[in-house]
Design a binder for this molecule. Structure first.
Ligand code: FVH
Length: 292
């Protein structure tokens, strides 16, 4: 009918937990979808939901210009695409990789006549196709390719383009996930401290979550310090004061029978920075100790 808007056909390689969620989002939005998975059984449910199942990766790649891969790791991308003809394809790689792998994969794709975008998914499968869940994907690589497919790529989750360097999506992805692990490490220590006490972990959890949310905006001051080079601007909790408090944390851990192994490395960096005469700063100087 005249009102029908043609949706971009998509080929998707990889039907793990994430690939399957991506596939369902594109199907639900009316995109013609061709899928392939190394283990064919994983495609059966999607076939019943309207996906066309290709018998080989080469067949799936041949079916559409836009080819999305979401596989376990970079080695599986290499293996899956080995026998395919990528000439004229728009290859979007949502597989988690290192920045170096992403850059090498971009060059590899170009040599095979494909345009390339790399993606880093900031979501877990249940957040895919659920805009209110706040999931999104970092993209980097060809800006033209991103613009061409922005609408289609925005179907499963939000899109954030971070630059022409193909490695930048992976770098942003790993940076945010690294911060997440730091947060989980701190939360693990907090739960360990109360583990043997008559304190309900379910009562600590909301306090912990609210505190982490309240502290998170501190990263804006860190960015301001790194930009200006002045690590003392607007400091309310000096490094000297914080280092003076570290025995309290270590003694409490000991009293509670908790290993300090998650906290100690960070405290050690704080002490080293203080020893350089940076007591008036906040914690930004730790970053300079980390960068080799
Ligand atoms: N799931 C998550 O929470 C995270 C969220 C953030 C992004 N990650 C990344 O997404 C990539 C895919 O993750 P996944 O959750 O889909 O992973 P699995 O469920 O383990 O599925 C892996 C798929 O990869 C296929 N595969 C593995 N090795 C090969 C290979 N050598 N050749 C071809 N395909 C391969 C596997 O196929 P099969 O085992 O079913 O035959 C699955 O389709 C990943 O980079 C996450 O870091 C997910």
């Amino acid at each position: 009918t005249p009102n029908t808007v043609e949706k971009t056909p998509v080929t998707l390689l990889g039907l793990g937990a994430m690939g399957t969620a991506l596939a369902r989002a594109w199907l639900a939005a009316g995109h013609p979808l061709t899928v392939w998975n190394r283990t064919p059984a994983r495609a059966e449910a999607l076939a019943a939901e309207g996906a066309r199942v290709a018998g080989s990766a080469a067949g799936a790649v041949a079916a559409n210009t836009l080819v999305v891969v979401c596989l376990l790791d970079d080695a599986s991308v290499e293996e899956a695409l080995a026998g395919t003809d990528l000439t004229g394809r728009d290859l979007v790689n949502l597989t988690t990789s290192t920045p170096a792998q992403a850059r090498a994969r971009a060059a590899w794709a170009r040599e095979r006549g494909a345009r390339y975008l790399d993606g880093g998914i900031m979501a877990v499968p249940p957040m895919i196709g659920v805009p209110e869940a706040g999931g999104y994907v970092f993209y980097s690589g060809s800006p033209e390719l991103f613009e061409r497919h922005r609408e289609t790529l925005g179907v499963p989750a939000g899109t954030t383009y971070v630059g022409e360097d193909a490695g930048f999506a992976a770098l942003h992805d790993v940076a945010l996930l690294s911060a997440m692990y730091g947060m989980f490490a701190g939360a693990a220590h907090a739960f360990a401290l109360i583990r043997k006490e008559d304190i309900d972990p379910g009562a600590l959890a909301p306090l912990l979550a609210d505190w982490l949310v309240a502290m998170a905006p501190a990263v804006h001051q860190t960015a301001d310090h790194l930009r200006s080079g002045d690590y003392t601007r607007g400091v309310v909790s000096s490094l000297a004061m914080q280092v003076a408090g570290t025995p309290t944390f270590l003694d409490t851990a000991e009293q509670q029978g908790v290993s300090p192994e998650l906290l100690s490395p960070y405290f050690e960096l704080m002490r080293r920075r203080l020893a350089e005469g940076s007591g008036e700063e906040d914690l930004t100087g730790v970053i300079d100790l980390l960068v080799r």
